[in-house]
Write a protein that binds this ligand. Structure first.
Ligand code: HEM
Length: 418
């Protein structure tokens, strides 16, 4: 038996670790009162408690809702923003953040007035929460990051969660009183309030509901916005002729946009190292691991396995041939109990060797990131030669951007419908 820290970096080892019932994501077991801004949220729960919360929240990600986001709601949001904007310089991270946060807020149940100011404010909260979500990769003062996140959650609660909660309480009261034509929204807040009325006390602690809403807002927008930047980082890095032809293909063909998104998350996962804690003595990929040990799963390396992803696994090649049954996005959305709950929202349905050869069926979903990438490419996005993108070095992840200036003839956002 060894203890301390273990690293795994091959595909099969990581699959084994992610499916292991005794490895948890609960690396920080402190309560909120002890300074943990993420205490009790879905992604930190383990075992039966996680299973129950996950089952409840999966209801917000059913196919019907995904189809509605992708086919009915998001195209309108995209054209409203991009068609109306003025031509010129813009920051792709802010733009993709504002676009993603519209639907993330809707799914969470956060009301806003649709102005660029409020969307920027919400996405500003997201960028702080994102630091706390990456706490083990933060460079520098982690306590300060956690204190800032608690302050942001307080502001988020006061300005958005409480008013949105009151609004939903009124809707539920009206429905209970039999008022005709009242329909409850399909979102996290409404779901939590309905359960409270049915004497399920999961979210009896309002503070926990605020933290869960923060997780939903952040999970639903930050990684998506970072991935839009990462896609264009790859496309702009291609030789000129390939760059032109890929930008044209992406603008014309949503499947090509989706292939670029999946190839990008494979190579530049927003979270390149997943972490686990051994809750009990365990064996992972044949290695005995003592209770209390920490495990680091290097998915960036595993996603470059030539047996699965072809001879030049580190090259950006969205048309690459991959093994049957392996998703082009590799392990970047996780696997097992904690597999990304929003993967179909962001990435659509997986593309495997088989689906890429056979062609996707009519029921296929492309994901909101591909929709953003396509719309931005169709408006003639180009690198801003005077202002290079700036990596976010506040964490060691290396796949996050602080700023991603581009030239966008279609322009920047002014106001979006909630
Ligand atoms: C490109 C986009 C995205 C990527 C690459 C991504 C990646 C991931 C990964 C790797 C995990 C699992 C982490 C682990 O096992 O340690 C995860 C979990 C999670 N993701 Fe995503 N994600 C993305 C988009 C989204 C979206 C759009 C949402 C919400 C709508 C979301 C919400 C969540 C939540 C709530 C969890 C925790 C699930 C649980 O613990 O049961 N993510 N994500």
């Amino acid at each position: 038996m060894r203890d301390a820290e273990f690293r795994f970096d091959t595909y099969p080892e990581i699959l084994d670790a992610l499916r292991h019932p005794d490895l948890s994501r609960s690396l920080d077991k402190r309560s909120f009162a002890e300074g943990n801004p993420r205490a009790g949220i879905l992604s930190l729960l383990h075992g039966d408690e996680h299973k129950m919360r996950r089952r409840m929240e999966n209801a917000l990600f059913q196919r019907q809702a995904l189809v509605r986001y992708e086919r009915d709601l998001f195209p309108g949001v995209l054209s409203e923003v991009l068609d109306r904007g003025e031509a010129g310089r813009t920051d792709l991270f802010e733009l993709a953040g504002a676009l993603s946060v519209v639907l993330a807020a809707r799914r969470t149940g956060i009301d806003h007035d649709g102005t660029a100011e409020q969307l920027a404010e919400l996405f500003g909260y997201v960028t702080v929460i994102a630091q706390a979500a990456a706490i083990f990769d933060v460079v520098g003062d982690r306590d300060r990051v956690q204190r800032e996140t608690i302050e942001v959650l307080e502001r988020f609660d006061e300005r958005y969660v409480r008013p949105s909660r009151r609004h939903r309480e009124r809707i539920l009261d009206a429905i209970a009183a039999g008022e005709p034509d009242r329909e409850a929204p399909h979102d996290l807040l409404t779901m939590a309030l309905r359960r409270l009325r049915a004497e399920d006390d999961t979210f009896a602690d309002h503070g926990l509901l605020v933290r869960e809403a923060g997780l939903f807002l952040h999970g639903g927008s930050h990684t998506s916005a970072q991935t839009v930047c990462n896609v264009f980082y790859h496309l702009f890095g291609l030789p000129d002729d390939q760059q032109r032809s890929w930008l044209r293909r992406v603008a014309d063909d949503l499947l090509a946009a989706q292939q670029c998104v999946h190839e990008t998350v494979r190579l530049r996962p927003p979270n390149p190292e997943l972490r686990r804690l051994a809750e009990l003595d365990a064996e992972v990929a044949g290695v005995p691991i003592r209770q209390g040990s920490r495990i680091v799963l290097d998915i960036r390396t595993a996603n470059r396995d030539p047996a699965l992803f072809g001879a030049r696994p580190g090259a950006f090649d969205p048309d690459r041939e991959i093994a049957d049954g392996i998703p082009l996005w590799g392990l970047s959305f996780g696997v097992g109990a904690h597999i990304c709950i929003g993967r179909s929202v962001a990435g659509g349905l997986p593309l495997t060797g088989r689906t890429l050869r056979a062609g996707v069926p009519a029921a296929h979903l492309y994901g909101l990131v591909a929709l953003m990438v396509q719309a931005i490419a169709a408006r003639g996005v180009a690198p801003d030669a005077e202002r290079p993108p700036e990596l976010d070095r506040r964490t060691t992840r290396g796949t996050r951007w602080l700023r991603f200036p581009v030239l966008l003839p279609g322009g920047a956002p002014a106001r979006m419908s909630p």
